[in-house]
Design a binder for this molecule. Structure first.
Ligand code: AP5
Ligand code: ZN
Length: 215
């Protein structure tokens, strides 16, 4: 099964994609994580992406489409994948359908995480991640059981994303409104869109999603 998560920044796409990956053995593909890895390596792609990401702007379609195509051609994607953060423009959505069709594949379901825009900045401001294992926490909704200690690996080392400032979140939400929200009708008309109430606690959101992916 191939799945897309759509939703604004901070809607919970990464949180839910990770849970689905663990439950269903699908591969989570986060284009944001892939870009952050390129920035950390200081590769050509990373150099092109860095300033745009820090300004809350989308990176160019051509760059992200070729990066995504090479990833979904990897053998581990053969049994299904979850796209977290892609597609984000009409051009990306069309390119994705074309690249999958060429390989006799398709997207089975598009999960739209519907979240009130007023909550996004708070969620993002509260987010932090374990440096060692990548587990994501939230100061308000999901802190570790023992303060300052990662539940998964026991590390005490946490980091925040450089684009998680309140100013940048405003820009990221604008990009979402202008470029990503307009692709929702494309998936709705093809009968693949499922709307999930992303305002519920993460475990309840996961339960809603489960109904859509096991049908
Ligand atoms: P990317 O990394 O994709 O960021 P994003 O879309 O802005 O999404 P986030 O990762 O901020 O949020 P999320 O929905 O995953 O929320 P999360 O689960 O972490 O992209 C970053 C940048 O890369 C872009 O700005 C762009 O420059 C570039 N880029 C990436 N892909 C691109 C593309 N396709 N085209 C062009 N450019 C691209 O949750 C957030 C917080 O809330 C966490 O703390 C979490 O614990 C908490 N939380 C989660 N669920 C709940 C809940 N139900 N209730 C309460 N709290 C919750
Ligand atoms: Zn950890």
């Amino acid at each position: 099964m191939n799945i897309i998560f759509l939703g604004p920044p901070g809607a919970g796409k990464g949180t839910q994609a990770k849970r689905l990956e663990e439950r269903h053995g699908l591969v989570q593909i986060s284009t944001g994580d892939m870009l952050r890895a390129e920035v950390a390596k200081n590769s050509e792609t990373g150099k092109q992406a860095k300033a745009l990401m820090e300004a809350g702007k989308l990176v160019p379609d051509a760059l992200i489409i070729s990066m995504l195509q090479s990833r979904i051609e990897q053998p581990d994607c053969r049994h299904g994948f979850i796209l977290d953060g892609f597609p984000r423009t009409a051009g990306q959505a069309e390119a994705l359908d074309a690249m999958l069709a060429a390989d006799n594949k398709t997207i089975d379901v598009v999960l739209f995480l519907d979240v009130d825009e007023n909550t996004l900045a708070d969620r993002i401001a509260g987010r932090y991640t374990c440096v060692n294992c990548g587990t994501t926490y939230n100061e308000v909704s999901s802190p570790p059981a023992k303060e300052g200690t990662c539940d998964v690996c026991g590390s005490h080392d946490f980091k925040r994303r450089s684009d998680d400032t309140r100013e940048t979140v405003v820009k990221r939400v604008q990009e979402y409104r202008n470029l990503t929200a307009p692709i929702l009708p494309f998936y709705r008309e093809s009968g693949r869109l499922r709307t999930v109430n992303g305002m519920a606690p993460a475990a309840e959101v996961a339960a809603q999603i489960e109904q859509f992916v096991t049908k």
